[in-house]
Write a protein that binds this ligand. Structure first.
Ligand code: PYC
Length: 312
């Protein structure tokens, strides 16, 4: 079996876009196709993004025909443990990849995802702006007792995935040298949320945890560390996490419509973001850059004992 992929990175965070070779998931809305992906093709998810062909950091994107005919394409994002709702860095990677394939000129594209329609603008410079799904805060000032770390307060917010955004400045320096401690702290927050049955709206699992602190680049507003569902950290500033964050800032009156917010990641890469209000909806816009790093055929050999990845 051969699966055609194109790899890119957005602010250091890798995206592996599946161009062809994946079984047909039908023509249903992407939310239903994602359920089918999860129940029938989880072995392929692991084969595509996990070792020995990938790594914990890679986010996969399965390019699909859209169900919604107002869209030019559809995508189902997935990672080292499961499928995702939306992915900001991945959408920037997708657009840069379509441009690399000469399937897209500068301009706008509508993209169907399992959690709604997003759109993106490919700028003549190569930068990409994503108009994300409506984002909002679900619960404010949720207090947790995190074993080994004490009391932690944060907001639960939606930006295309569910986030717990720690309110106070990170008690651990947001530096790559401190990755083990940052991971232990945020993983412990996630486990505490699960232990207490604290979820997003409609029982949505809060599988992303975000810490913030002062930026190193004086032109940025904030630096973050985002723990992803499979215990990897986002090398980019996290498009859905930045969306959740600026939705909270807007609701707190700390960010106005169209005001620029520059979010720096733990690796120093940045996204530019702003909010537009449309009726009752808060719409985040995220701008960043992605670069194609390789084109490949993944080969799945039936004699290979690790053809579906290395079992956990
Ligand atoms: O950019 O939205 C994002 C994202 C989610 C998980 C990793 N990156």
């Amino acid at each position: 079996m051969r699966i055609r992929v194109i790899d890119s990175h957005t602010g250091g965070e890798p995206t592996r876009l599946v161009i062809s070779g994946f079984p047909d998931l039908g023509r249903a809305p992407l939310r239903e196709r994602r359920a089918r992906f999860r129940s029938e093709f989880d072995h392929l998810r692991a084969a595509i993004v996990n070792e020995p062909r990938g790594s914990d950091a890679i986010v996969g994107g399965l390019l699909c025909d859209p169900h919604d005919q107002s869209c030019q394409t559809g995508v189902i994002f997935f990672n080292n443990v499961s499928v995702l709702g939306m992915c900001g860095h991945g959408t920037i990677g997708l657009v840069a990849t379509l441009a690399h394939l000469k399937r897209l000129e500068p301009g706008h594209i509508r993209i169907e995802t399992p959690v709604g329609i997003v759109s993106a603008e490919l700028h003549v410079t190569g930068a990409v702006t994503v108009r994300n799904v409506p984002s909002y805060r679900y619960r404010k000032d949720v207090e947790l007792r995190v074993p080994g770390f004490g009391s932690v307060t944060g907001d639960i917010a939606w930006g295309g995935n569910w986030f717990f955004l720690v309110k106070a400045e990170s008690p651990i320096e947001l530096s790559l040298r401190r990755l083990d401690e940052l991971t232990a702290f945020t993983w412990s927050i996630r486990q505490t949320l699960e232990r207490h049955g604290i979820t997003g709206e409609h029982g949505g699992s809060i599988d992303h945890i975000e810490l913030c602190g002062p930026p190193r680049d004086s032109t940025a507003n904030s630096r973050n560390f985002v723990l992803c569902p499979g215990k990897s950290y986002d090398r980019s500033p996290c498009g859905t996490g930045t969306s959740a964050k600026i939705a909270c800032l807007y609701e707190d009156g700390k960010l106005q419509q169209n005001e620029l917010w520059i979010q720096e990641s733990i690796t120093g890469s940045v996204f530019e973001a702003h909010i537009e209000r449309h009726g009752t909806e808060i719409i985040p816009f995220i701008k960043g850059w992605a670069f194609v790093t390789s084109e490949a055929d993944l080969i799945i050999d039936e004699r290979d004992p690790f053809r579906w990845g290395i079992p956990a």
